[in-house]
Design a protein around this ligand. Structure first.
Ligand code: GN1
Ligand code: MG
Length: 374
């Protein structure tokens, strides 16, 4: 599979999901780090379409992945209809291709899929005000509620033990030992920072394995840019990127959203002075998230919310650093050292989460109390 699809491959794939004569324009979107994403503009009255080439290095079972997605979105559509929502706007829906399947395989053997574009919405790569995080919190909390009752047993585990942080640490140690392109020596400081925290990495997965944390159906990739917001009202509309919805811990979803949402800078910011933990954003996300689900949390889950924020930030930094050492084989990069820059922002943010953990824990307690009183 070529690194980036050729324009011809993109056009051919597009023509499988929309009549060729109706396609007016194709624009690449570089926000995601894994799949290749394009927006197709179609002649009126048809709306736009999102077209994606699925990354088969990361998703080795694209057919199973799409089976999951169809099941999940069917379920969500039913739940939204029952709740008086708008299923066309509030959840994704994979589009069938010309043969009626959900994947089109191109000449290089790469799978493509498409979704209707949800018009009138925007995503935020970086949050600019706490109200956006409140909305994102509501969206992920509601997503969790809507999936309550989904038969988890039917889901394929498309990337097993995705948020097993200790496994991610072992992968970092393996990368350091193999050092395939000789980068390890130049990242000693980052390796030491990561190494000092290896011992505490396994906590959440261990508690899941022993049954002390409940296994739920979770999103597992709750980056803030995975929520579509109404461009006029600012309200959250739809949770997207359902590739790794799988059984997991709700703490993964909380932690990863905090990781991506409370950073005042971009995930790949080079000037670390700009990377700061915004406590107002932390509070706002938590208020939105807990508004829907505070009553469902077990005492253990409640107690571990701040720990999860720290561990998911750590895990993400470890993954970026591992990929840097391995030669950038997993996350798309657009400049040399891109994954190292990303690892550094995560570790910088993590240091701040650690410093403020007591205060953040108090803040969470207060929000949980308020949520219980409402
Ligand atoms: C990847 O492609 P994107 O941005 O949705 C990654 C997440 C990371 C994220 C970091 C399947 O998500 O786990 O948190 O990058 N997705 C996968 O930005 O590995
Ligand atoms: Mg993703």
């Amino acid at each position: 599979m070529p690194d980036i699809p050729t324009p011809q491959a993109v056009r051919q794939a597009a023509a499988r999901f929309a009549p060729q004569e109706k396609i007016l324009g194709i624009h690449r979107n570089d926000a995601g780090h894994i799949n290749d994403t394009y927006a197709l503009t179609l002649a009126a009255p048809a709306g736009r379409i999102i077209l994606q080439r699925v990354n088969t290095t990361v998703f080795t079972q694209p057919v199973q992945l799409m089976e999951n997605m169809v099941r999940i979105t069917d379920f969500l559509r039913r739940r939204l209809a029952e709740a008086g929502g708008d299923p066309d706007r509030e959840t994704l829906r994979p589009l069938p291709d010309a043969d009626g399947g959900y994947l089109y395989w191109d000449a290089d053997g790469a799978p493509w899929r498409a979704f209707p574009y949800i018009e009138g919405t925007v995503t935020h790569q970086r949050v600019t005000d706490a109200a956006q995080l409140y909305e994102a919190g509501c969206a992920f909390g509601r997503f969790q509620c809507l999936l309550d009752g989904f038969p988890a047993g039917v889901l394929h585990e498309v990337i097993p033990r995705f948020h097993d942080t200790a496994r991610r640490c072992r992968a970092l140690q393996d990368a350091e030992a193999a050092d395939p392109i000789g980068r390890a020596a130049s990242v000693r400081r980052e390796l030491a920072f990561a190494g000092e925290r290896f011992a505490s990495a396994g906590l959440l997965q261990t508690l899941l394995d022993t049954g002390e944390l409940p296994l739920r159906v979770t999103h597992n990739d709750t980056k803030i840019n995975n929520v579509l917001m109404d461009k006029d009202t600012g309200h959250a509309v739809c949770v997207i990127d359902l590739d790794i919805v799988m059984p997991g811990s709700l703490l993964f979803d909380f932690g990863d959203a905090i990781r991506s949402g409370v950073n005042t800078a971009d995930e790949d910011e080079r000037d670390l002075d700009r990377v700061r933990m915004d406590a107002d954003c932390y509070r706002a996300f938590t208020q939105g998230f807990l508004r829907h689900i505070a009553g469902h949390l077990t005492p253990r889950e409640r107690a571990l919310l701040p720990v999860a924020a720290r561990l998911m930030t750590y895990e993400c930094g470890v993954r970026f650093l591992t990929d840097h050492i391995n030669g950038d084989t997993y996350f798309h990069i657009s400049r040399p050292g891109h994954n190292l820059d990303r690892a550094r922002t995560q570790f910088h943010l993590l240091a701040q989460l650690e410093t403020h953990e007591t205060a953040l824990t108090d803040m969470l307690e207060e929000i949980l109390h308020q949520a219980a009183a409402e």
